[in-house]
Every structure is written in structure tokens, then in C-alpha cells.
Design a binder for this molecule. Structure first.
Ligand code: AMP
Length: 421
């Protein structure tokens, strides 16, 4: 019979044992980001719709067609956050985080929502680990973010990743490029689709997002951003590149790298992992020096990134998975006349000794319990029988080897590899 309820399209239930890997990745990220001076921020899942319209940009795909927007009971337009930067900047301004001494380094982990066509590596509820630095103008900050990502991916045992980066320059570089792009595209507008023609008027840079093969061909001949950089913008980018060389981080300049959000300036980057096909970016980020001011704060330079956790987990290297594979809990079974409550008590003693344990609660026979344990891929069963109980001993059965031996109850946790306390 079909179940009466199903999960909403584009959402997923994350189940064990996969959830343990998610927790391990998140734990590794927390540790690494802490080492670079980042602290956690948790913002609400809901924000005013206008926040994303003003920051991500009206002509972007995200705002134009992917947001989960609805009216609440009082008629306010609210949106399930489609990305993490705008909420952090909103909180930074609202909570006056800029008044604290030094620059602000924040990270976050959580779910995000975009109404996209679900496919491998693309979901309507997806998950990101993001980080933002607010109040650092220099290229060394760009470098530190990339260094941190590099370290994190190394700790997750990734070997085959590619850092792709480019620069959008400052406001006047972008404006000059936008103008040149418009001049190039206007006489060729008949080869553009309806959406790109709309963008040509409002925001020509967004046409670079197009996935239409014919438009992409047209864009291949278009002027490149790098020709329009101001001297200061060029210098910023060159210092980022020099830093990557100096610190031995291999990378590739991709002059056609476009990010689907309007707020970026200067350095933009993606990190791609092998094995993901077309949706191969597991990290996206860059600088957004205008955004804080655009959202009503002081002109504070800032930058950040977001890691797509769903995609990262899909290509998480076996070496990291292997390291996380924990021994399954020991199963404690009361046999003969021994009460099941004694199994509960012994399991609790084992946990005191640092050993994961579950007690057999179903009251089935020892034989049935052993059979069920093998099916659950448990490896160790502790049997508490009448004889053993009298001697202060238990039987430890290794299901993989099919061997068993008697062990004193007092030394059991140590035998099973527990750590006291
Ligand atoms: P963005 O916020 O668009 O810069 O995306 C940053 C990263 O989040 C991307 O590189 C992806 O790894 C991930 N991501 C974005 N959208 C989705 C989605 N719909 N499903 C899964 N991952 C996503």
C-alpha cells in the first residue's frame, strides 16, 4: 500500500548511518573555522522578502523564480531564506556587530530553500555551511577564506578539487563592463531569449548566467571582464593570486565565472569536486563590498562563502567516511533466569565505562537475540547468564569470528575498549 504521506518534492529525509557523516563533516568544519577565529551565528529561517530582493537582486534567478515566498496571516511578505549572506548582513547591521572591536568573523550551518528543478545535487531544501568576514578590505582576507576552505577540504580527505576564481572589480569596473556588454549584445538582441532581453535593459551582467546554448555561444565572443578592471581592482586581484602562489594553493583563473547573485564585487570563486558532473561546484563565494551599505549599514567591506553540504556529502571521499565508521554498540542480553532489567543495568555500567551499549529488551530467547544481532550487523554481544552471574562474570561473543570467552564483569568495559569517564 502506498504510504498516505510523502516528503515534499525536492526535500529529503537524512537517515542513519548517513546522518553520522553529516555530523562528522559539520564537526570538522566547526573545528577548522574556529581555528581561523570564526564564531557561529544562527539567524531565522524566515526573513522579509524585500531583504533578498534588495541583496541577491531582482533580476537573478533566485529572486525571479526560486524563492519560497508567502504572505503570513497579517499579509506580510515573508521568504524562506534562499541563501545565508543577506540574513547575516541584516543581523550585522541590526545588532550593531560592527561596533565590536576588530573585524567580525561568523559562520553558520543550516537549511536553505530554492524552488529549483530537483535533480542529483540539486534540492529544494538544501544545506550549507557558510562563513562571512565583515570589515576587512584587503586581499589577504580573500586569501584567508580560501586557505580555510583548502584546509577544511583537506581534512575531509578531498584530493581532486579545483579552485576557480575571477574578479568582478569594483563598482566602476562593473559599470564599464556592463556597458560594454550591453553595447555588444544590443545589435545582436534578436539572438537573445525573452528573459535575456529583459536583463539587457535592467542588468546585462545577469545574462552571463544563461544556460541556453545559443546565448552561451554569443557570449563566448563578448568582451571579457578583465579588460574593464580599474587599476585598484586589478591590484587587489593580483595580490590574491600572489598569495595563492605563495601559500601553494593551486587554482585556475576562470574569466567567465559568474555567480548567480548580484552583490558580488572583486574576487569571486568556486571550488569544484570531481564526480559531480554539471553541478560540480561544492563551494561558492566572493567579496561583496557594497552589500552592507546597500542594506542600510555603514560602507563595510565584506566577503564570504557557502559550501553546499548535500553535494559535498555526495562526493565525500572514502578515506574520510572510513575514519568515521564507528564500532557498533555492544548488545547486552540477559539469558536463563536473569531478569532483562539486569541487562539494562549492565548496559548502563558499560556506558559509564565509555562503551556504547544497547540492552536486549524484547525478552526473546538468546538464540533469537543472536540471530537478530547478526542481521543488524552488530559485532559484540555480552551475555549475562545464570552461571556467569554467580561468578561475577559475563560471556563476550564476537559475532564476526564466532568466538566467545568469559570476562570478569569488573573488567568488561576495558575489555571492550572503553575509556573511563
Ligand atoms: P550559492 O549560494 O548559489 O552561491 O551556492 C553555494 C553552493 O550551495 C553551491 O556551490 C552548491 O554546492 C550549493 N547549492 C546551491 N543551490 C543548491 C541546491 N538547490 N541544491 C543543492 N545544493 C545547492
Amino acid at each position: 500500500m502506498a504510504p498516505p504521506f510523502r516528503n515534499v518534492k525536492g526535500t529529503r529525509d537524512l537517515l542513519p548511518p548517513e546522518t553520522a557523516l553529516w555530523a562528522a563533516v559539520e564537526g570538522t568544519a566547526r573545528r577548522v573555522m574556529k581555528a581561523y577565529g570564526f564564531a557561529e551565528i544562527r539567524t531565522p529561517i524566515l526573513e522579509e522578502t524585500e531583504l533578498f530582493v534588495r541583496s541577491v537582486g531582482e533580476t537573478t534567478d533566485i529572486v525571479g523564480k526560486e524563492m519560497y515566498t508567502f504572505q503570513d496571516r497579517k499579509g506580510r511578505s515573508l521568504t524562506l531564506r534562499p541563501e545565508g549572506t543577506a540574513p547575516v548582513v541584516r543581523a550585522y547591521i541590526e545588532r550593531r556587530l560592527g561596533e565590536r572591536p576588530g573585524s567580525v568573523r561568523l559562520y553558520y550551518i543550516g537549511p536553505y530553500f530554492r524552488y529549483e528543478r530537483p535533480q542529483r545535487g540539486r534540492y529544494r531544501q538544501f544545506h550549507q555551511i557558510g562563513a562571512e568576514i565583515l570589515g576587512e578590505p584587503g586581499p589577504e582576507a580573500d586569501l584567508e577564506l580560501l586557505l580555510m576552505l583548502h584546509r577544511l577540504l583537506r581534512e575531509l580527505e578531498f584530493e581532486d578539487v579545483e579552485v576557480r576564481l575571477s574578479t568582478l572589480g569594483d563598482e566602476s569596473s562593473r559599470a564599464a563592463f556592463a556597458e560594454a556588454l550591453r553595447e555588444y549584445l544590443e545589435p545582436r538582441a534578436d539572438r537573445l531569449g525573452e528573459e535575456s532581453r529583459r536583463r539587457l535593459e535592467k542588468n546585462p551582467l545577469r545574462i552571463l548566467d544563461t544556460k541556453h546554448p545559443e546565448e552561451r555561444q554569443l557570449l563566448a565572443e563578448a568582451p571579457e571582464m578583465s579588460r574593464f578592471l580599474t587599476a585598484a581592482s586589478r591590484a587587489h586581484f593580483e595580490r590574491v593570486l600572489a598569495g595563492l602562489e605563495r601559500l601553494g594553493i593551486s587554482h585556475r583563473i576562470d574569466p567567465r565565472l559568474v555567480r548567480g547573485l548580484d552583490y558580488y564585487t572583486h574576487t569571486v570563486f568556486e571550488i569544484a569536486a570531481a564526480g559531480l558532473g554539471a553541478q560540480d561546484a561544492i563551494v561558492g563565494g566572493g567579496r561583496y563590498d557594497r552589500l552592507v551599505a546597500d542594506l542600510g549599514g555603514e560602507p563595510v567591506p565584506a566577503l564570504g562563502f557557502a559550501i553546499g553540504l548535500d553535494r559535498l556529502l555526495e562526493v565525500l571521499p572514502e578515506a574520510f567516511r572510513h575514519r568515521q565508521r564507528a564500532a557498533p554498540p555492544a548488545l547486552v542480553v540477559a539469558a536463563g533466569e536473569v531478569e532483562p532489567m539486569e541487562a539494562v543495568a549492565l548496559a548502563e555500567e558499560l556506558r559509564d565505562g565509555g562503551v556504547a551499549a544497547i540492552a536486549e529488551l524484547s525478552g526473546r530467547s538468546l538464540k533469537a537475540a543472536l540471530r537478530a544481532a547478526s542481521r543488524q550487523e552488530l559485532t559484540t554481544v555480552v551475555i549475562l547468564g545464570d552461571e556467569e552471574a554467580r561468578r561475577g562474570e559475563v560471556t563476550v561473543r564476537d559475532l564476526r569470528r564466532g568466538e566467545q570467552r568469559s570476562v570478569s564483569r569488573a573488567g568488561l568495559a576495558a575489555t571492550l575498549g572503553g575509556s573511563e569517564g
